[in-house]
Write a protein that binds this ligand. Structure first.
Ligand code: SF4
Length: 192
């Protein structure tokens, strides 16, 4: 069995956080050894936990619009890997979803990334991914200097609240999004 396929099976069988997940285990990831772009988000929400389809919600629609990726491209693992900081839905807290499980990224990320032999661009979507990969906890500043970490592209999380953040930071639409779309297209070999 190819390495990436065997690893997906291993992830699907993971029970590490079984006692801490109120909605139960359901790791949701997409990757392939040929993936060119890796999108590292936060954790699945309740809707995605039910459907099992990553980013199949309003946030996903916004992210596709930001990146210029069609749905077909987005769900093609030979093009795009979808790997959140926590693979299972963490449940609800007092003010929205709980943070991604801390156990997940250290356990799985390096192993998954090592199977991708043609990775060209990694999108860090939201503060958890940015804290882990570029050691930054200041989201607005990190996105403002988006070119500071070659190979990575930091973005805010595309939840509905991002509309308020974008209003306060209009440079995101005029400067960051055109650069993002160009990098995404470039990573895919310039073809649509
Ligand atoms: S969140 Fe990650 S580490 Fe925890 S059970 Fe799910 S797959 Fe395993």
């Amino acid at each position: 069995m190819p390495r990436a396929v065997a690893l997906i099976e291993e992830v699907r069988a993971c029970t590490l956080c079984a006692k801490s997940l109120p909605a139960g285990l359901r790791p949701i990831v997409q990757f392939d050894r040929r993936s060119k772009i890796v999108i590292i988000g936060q954790a699945p929400g309740s809707k995605v936990h039910k459907s099992g389809v990553p980013w199949d919600d309003d946030s996903g629609n916004r992210l596709r619009e930001w990146t210029g990726l069609s749905r077909e491209e987005f769900y093609d693992p030979a093009k795009v890997a979808l790997m959140p900081m926590g693979f299972c839905y963490p449940g609800k807290g007092r003010s929205g979803d709980l943070p991604p499980r801390r156990e997940c990224a250290p356990l799985w990320h390096e192993r998954i990334l090592s199977t991708m032999t043609d990775r060209r661009l990694t999108l860090l979507v939201g503060s958890y991914a940015q804290a882990h990969y570029v050691k930054s906890r200041k989201l607005t500043e990190t996105v403002r200097v988006f070119a500071a970490h070659p190979g990575f592209f930091p973005l805010p999380h595309p939840a509905w609240r991002s509309a308020i953040w974008i209003k306060r930071n209009p440079w995101f639409e005029t400067e960051v999004l055109p650069a993002l779309r160009a990098e995404v297209r470039n990573a895919l070999g310039g073809k649509r």
